[in-house]
Ligand binder design. Structure first.
Ligand code: COA
Length: 445
């Protein structure tokens, strides 16, 4: 940690604190500061060259004019990886200094992440080498972001929403390590099941497309490409110096590489959660099971918006569903179990849908009522999924705010993607269909 500061207000202090408090072994963290003896109980070294043993990663947090010198020390020490938090390079027109830095690093066998980054949060190794407030929860989504501030904000959100990440990497100016390098890495990373990206601009489009094509064969990739509007593109240019380019070109490129494009953070993570946890649908024909007519109608509209095809329920299947509803229920898709539906009814209807080979996928909706316990319904859905281990996807929506929050969390803990609105459950299902189509596993009728 080069530029570890004694001053708790400084970024270099916070990064060191995060490394220690995030759970990374203390004995493997070495603060570097020529003016200090000890910081946060760790012995300080005047230079990286004084650190005993090999150094895997140098996190650099000294002011821009000092960066080149500390990078030279890193080269002498034989460090291979640099994460440069320091701002004040290409993004403010200091292009030449950035170019020299990268040239020096590369010619000395080092790779450089940044500059102008918030850092790296690696939950697999409990390494919070960033000034994000905490590590995100452990999970299987890798998040690559060109915006550091958004990374910080979203860490709080991932904690709140219990969205598990394997890694969060802030790429900043992407002077050396870029999206393509990280896609290549995460597509082979055993801890990552889906990759989320926030992109403002891509410099080497050809390499990005080639790498993303290979990566998306191995792992689902969902990306936000910001700076869509004319003014948005201008804002991206002054933020990270990115050429946001024509939006239509990005759109076409993403389609070609199988990257699913999201437009909001909800979508980005909603879809990654589904893609990381669910089997892909092999056929069209979705069944919606609900206890609320209105939620069913909303979901039906959303299916049309998101190109999720509802199944026409054959009479023999309708007969099976009838066992789980009063006479005034409906077996026309959405299957309306009515507001009286209990855990057993949900369990039974969901099991029928999973067992029927004509059904491609299942969406379950629950509207909170005074006579049902959402946790009970969640347990019912979990027990069916765990019993059948279905080879078709399910997405769920529990609607009811605070009252259903715990049940939603429990579903997610059991790898069943649950969302607060029917539209989000449908949109997540649509992402699964998009991927199935891209990989050619979807039988089109
Ligand atoms: N090696 C190691 N440490 C050194 C050093 C050297 N050669 N020379 C000085 N230091 C020490 C300083 O003494 C200081 O420690 P101290 O507070 O205990 O005295 C520490 O390094 C930091 O240096 P300082 O000059 O106080 O810098 P700073 O903390 O004000 O700013 C940055 C450094 C990197 C945080 C700042 O330049 C910067 O880039 N900020 C923006 C970062 C950012 O926004 N990144 C993008 C996020 S999206």
């Amino acid at each position: 940690m080069i530029g570890a500061s004694r001053n708790p207000q400084k970024i270099g202090h916070q990064v060191l604190r995060n490394l220690i408090e995030g759970g990374f072994p203390k004995e493997r963290v070495f603060p570097i500061n020529p003016h200090a003896e000890e910081i946060l109980g760790l012995k300080c070294y005047p230079s990286v060259k004084d650190v005993p043993g090999d150094v895997d990663l140098a996190v650099i947090c000294v002011p821009a004019p000092l960066v080149m010198n500390v990078v030279k020390d890193c080269a002498e020490k034989g460090v291979k990886a640099l994460a440069v938090i320091t701002a004040g390079f290409g993004e403010v027109g200091n292009v030449e200094a950035e170019r020299q830095l990268v040239e020096f690093a590369r010619s000395h066998g080092m790779r450089l992440l940044g500059p102008n980054i918030v850092g790296i949060c690696d939950t697999v190794n409990s390494m919070n080498a960033s000034f994000c407030q905490a590590l995100p929860p452990k999970g299987d989504i890798a998040f690559i972001t060109q915006s550091g501030a958004l990374a910080i904000a979203l860490v709080g959100w991932t904690i709140e929403e219990r969205i598990g990440l394997s890694d969060l990497v802030s790429v900043g100016n992407k002077a050396d390590v870029d999206d393509a390098d990280l896609l290549e890495f995460f597509s082979h990373d055993p801890h990552t099941k889906a990759i989320a990206m926030y992109i403002e601009g891509i410099e080497d489009g050809r390499r990005f497309i080639e790498t993303a094509k290979k990566a998306s064969k191995l792992k689902p990739i969902v990306a936000i490409k910001a700076g869509r509007s004319r003014r948005g593109a201008a804002a991206a240019a002054s933020h990270t110096g990115s050429l946001a380019g024509m939006d239509a070109i990005y759109d076409a490129a993403f389609k070609e590489c199988g990257i699913i494009r999201a437009y909001t953070f909800d979508q980005l993570f909603d879809w990654c959660i589904a893609l990381a946890s669910q089997p892909l649908p092999k056929k069209r024909g979705t069944v919606i099971i609900t206890n609320g007519g209105g939620a069913g109608v909303m979901a039906t509209d959303a299916c049309e918006d998101w190109d999720v095809e509802l199944m026409d329920i054959p009479e023999d299947l309708a007969e099976k569903f009838r066992k789980y509803m009063p006479p005034f229920g409906s077996t026309r898709n959405p299957i309306d179990l009515t507001g009286m539906a209990t855990r057993e009814k949900y369990e039974g209807a969901t099991e029928e849908a999973f067992r029927d080979p004509r059904v491609g996928s299942v969406i379950v909706l629950y509207c909170h009522t005074a006579i049902t316990d959402p946790m009970d319904v969640a347990d019912g859905i979990i027990s069916v999924v765990e019993k059948l281990k279905p080879d078709k996807p399910i997405t769920v929506s529990f609607i009811g705010g605070k009252e259903t929050a715990e049940a939603s969390d429990k579903l997610r803990e059991h790898k069943i993607p649950c969302y607060p609105t029917p539209e989000r459950a449908v949109a997540a299902m649509s992402a699964l269909y998009k991927r199935a189509k891209y990989l050619g596993v979807l039988a089109e009728s």
